[in-house]
Design a protein around this ligand. Structure first.
Ligand code: ADP
Ligand code: ZN
Ligand code: ZN
Length: 666
């Protein structure tokens, strides 16, 4: 008997680890991995991706159904793309169908044709900016990386802010474009794409495809096809652009590689940085990881000589590094969070017609509404969190679940009208600054003020034209932006970052301080950075200021080594949550029992313990941490464990997820 051909397919958004099997249509020889098919699924049909064909099935043939339709004549994914995706599914222990979803824009997941109606026009006439003459460090970086085009190598481009990393990227990109190859450039934040796009557009006479989650389905599909078909050579995007097929890939660049936005924090929790490195390896191309504050993982890889370290120690052109000073705010009268010294510096800077940037990582008017008579505090009923006061919108809002209430004027517990706003948020700071500096234009950049389309660009334009004098904002400000006339930068509350329980917090705070400082004095004028703290002798601050980020990173790594923490060990976090408080710990305990039956006792299992925020959006949250010094041992356990978890009876009563290499233990 002739055996029928079996099609092994992945079905997007279906949480199964294995492939599904269907019968191939008769006499169809043109079934290559990487095409899309329409298959019957329950009572409906779904778009599926062909992963492999075979003459063997684990099921009896008569049980298999034939597919409904072949969507693509030619594969949309090349073998190398499929290889990467299956590596990723394996590494993150994530269902292949969901991983495949991440690789396709929505329109293609829905089965729409993979064709593009209008090809982009490139206006050749525009005059382009020319390459700058590089300094020695820049030239060395360009030479070292150019030498290895066509081979896999990872470079950590460790350049202080303003050292001209972007110029290095652009010269490398030009070289790769000249070789008729494609380049993938990833940035951590959507807000950083426009400025890089502008700089690229001003330099290259090639179309630049853009891909991030704020674009329409059609725009994303077009960018994807332009790259996948090889029509276009330069792709700029956020982490979701990482899986775009690039048949002629020649170089991968990740800017601000330390940024935790490269790690997806829900669903399929991949690290775009780590996957980019694997992609470079499979494709035999160099990967450039750029940052002024490289992650400890990358620096450790440098130490192990897996990655090559390229330093740009000085600011490009004639820009000087900023002067950093600590302001001890103990026993000082602060005016709305601002010390006298800081107020004087702000006044002096404005008098010189230069701009001031104030950093406060807290949105809203104030973080707490408290009753002065009875002590009642406005809490979220769904989360272990206070409601934040948003005066502009007249709301109390939970920043964890989005719950909103009308702002009240009487205490809920005692009806007293003596309600006080405790603490300082950006909205309040804005109000106070407009009072203190009535002649000056104050602008606030945070998620609330920039939620309208185009708002951020308007603000950025006001900063560049000099219309804005004082710029205040949250971490939106910390990243990548280039503000030439800002000469004073202040971080109002450094201390909130010093006392977190997450072992990543020291690294994150140091990166934040250096990055925010980097916004100061980027051109001719020397900048100044002021840090307000009640911990002026905290070793993190003193070491960072005295010896710089590299030295800080070294001692932080030494501490991680002593404590057996990553990158000296590997972790995976199993999270579980439910509306019922007792279920998640019971579920996680049965996972512990399963794990103990697997004879891999060497893997440390911590928990079940409540998550740092034990209740969020009405869900009780618990977690289990797996840790081992060998990645292979940890993953062996996970590989055996995951299919068994799927058979636990309780799995349907709790929601659970696995986070491999977690960056936020929240
Ligand atoms: P980074 O990306 O490292 O923060 P940029 O590439 O944005 O730095 O460069 C900072 C500034 O220095 C920019 O205005 C850029 O045009 C300028 N610059 C970069 N390289 C040079 C160079 N070799 N000579 C003069 N100016 C340079
Ligand atoms: Zn009260
Ligand atoms: Zn809430």
């Amino acid at each position: 008997m002739i055996k029928p051909l079996i099609l092994k397919v992945a079905i997007p958004a279906v949480p199964f680890f294995q492939l599904f099997e269907y019968l191939a249509p008769e006499n169809d020889a043109n079934l290559q991995a990487g095409i899309r098919l329409e298959v019957p699924f329950g009572k409906t049909s779904k778009v599926a991706f062909l992963i492999a064909t075979s003459f063997d099935s684990i099921f009896p043939f008569e049980k298999l159904k034939p597919i409904k339709r072949i969507i693509d004549d030619v594969p949309l994914l090349a073998e190398i793309d499929l290889k990467l995706l299956s590596w990723v599914a394996n590494y993150y222990h994530h269902p292949i169908g969901e991983v495949m979803s991440a690789a396709f824009p929505v329109a293609l997941r829905q089965g729409k044709d993979a064709i593009i109606k209008k090809l982009p026009k490139i206006s050749e006439s525009e005059t382009k900016t020319t390459q700058l003459i590089c300094n020695e460090a820049q030239q060395n970086a360009i030479d070292k990386i150019s030498e290895t085009l066509g081979e896999f190598n990872v470079f950590v481009l460790d350049g202080v802010t303003g050292s001209g990393k972007t110029e290095v990227y652009m010269q490398l990109i030009q070289t790769v474009l000249d070789r008729q190859q494609q380049v993938l450039v990833l940035v951590p934040e959507i807000t950083l794409t426009p400025q890089l796009q502008q700089r690229f557009q001003a330099r290259f006479s090639t179309h630049i495809a853009i891909s991030h989650s704020k674009l329409t389905d059609l725009q994303r599909k077009n960018a994807w096809i332009l790259m996948q078909s090889g029509v276009c050579s330069l792709l700029l995007g956020t982490r979701s652009a990482l899986f775009t097929p690039l048949p002629n890939i020649g170089l991968i660049i990740l800017d601000e590689e330390h940024d935790s936005s490269f790690k997806q924090q829900e669903g399929f929790r991949f690290s775009a940085r780590d996957v980019a490195v694997m992609r470079g390896k499979l494709a035999s191309v160099p990967v450039v990881l750029g940052s002024a504050t490289p992650s400890l993982e990358s620096l450790y890889n440098v130490f192990l000589t897996r990655y090559q370290h390229l330093r740009l120690p000085e600011r490009a052109g004639n820009a000087l590094p900023p002067l950093v000073e600590i302001i001890d705010v103990r026993r000082q009268k602060l005016q709305a969070g601002l010390s006298l010294k800081l107020l004087e510096e702000i006044t002096a800077t404005l008098a010189k017609k230069e701009q001031v940037l104030l950093f406060l990582n807290r949105r809203g008017f104030a973080p707490t509404l408290i009753c002065d008579d009875c002590g009642w505090v406005a809490r979220c009923v769904h989360c272990d969190a206070n409601l934040v006061i948003h005066r502009h919108k007249n709301l109390l809002r939970c920043h964890h679940c989005g719950t909103e209430h009308r702002l009240i004027s009487n205490c809920i517990a005692c009806q007293s009208s003596a309600l006080a706003s405790l603490g300082l948020g950006t909205e309040r700071l804005e109000l106070i600054l407009t009072h203190l500096f009535p002649e000056k234009k104050v602008i606030r950049l945070d998620r609330d003020s920039t939620s309208k389309k185009g708002a951020l660009n308007d603000f950025l334009a006001q900063i560049h034209t000099g219309d804005a004098h004082i710029i205040l904002g949250t971490q939106l400000l910390a990243k990548g932006h280039h503000f030439p006339n800002v000469t004073l930068v202040a971080i109002l509350d450094v201390d909130s970052g010093l006392f977190s329980t997450d072992f990543h917090s020291g690294e994150k705070l140091a990166q934040l301080i250096v990055q925010v400082s980097g916004r100061s004095g980027r051109e001719k004028k020397q900048g100044k950075v002021l840090l307000q703290t009640r911990q002026p002798t905290h070793p993190l601050l003193t070491e960072l200021l005295r010896e710089g980020y590299a030295k800080f990173a070294k001692s932080e790594l030494a501490m991680r080594e002593m404590a057996f923490l990553p990158p000296f060990s590997y972790q995976a976090l199993l999270r579980a949550h439910s509306e019922k408080e007792d279920l998640p710990p019971v579920f996680l305990q049965s996972v512990v029992n399963l794990a103990q039956g697997l004879n891999l006792q060497a893997v440390q299992i911590l928990g079940p313990i409540p998550a740092p925020m034990a209740r969020r959006a009405g869900q009780y949250r618990f977690q289990l941490l797996f840790q081992h010094e060998s990645r292979a041992v940890l993953h062996k356990l996970l590989r055996e464990l995951m299919p068994q978890i799927s058979t636990l009876n309780m799995r349907q009563k709790v929601r659970w997820s696995l986070d491999v290499d977690p960056v936020d233990l929240y």
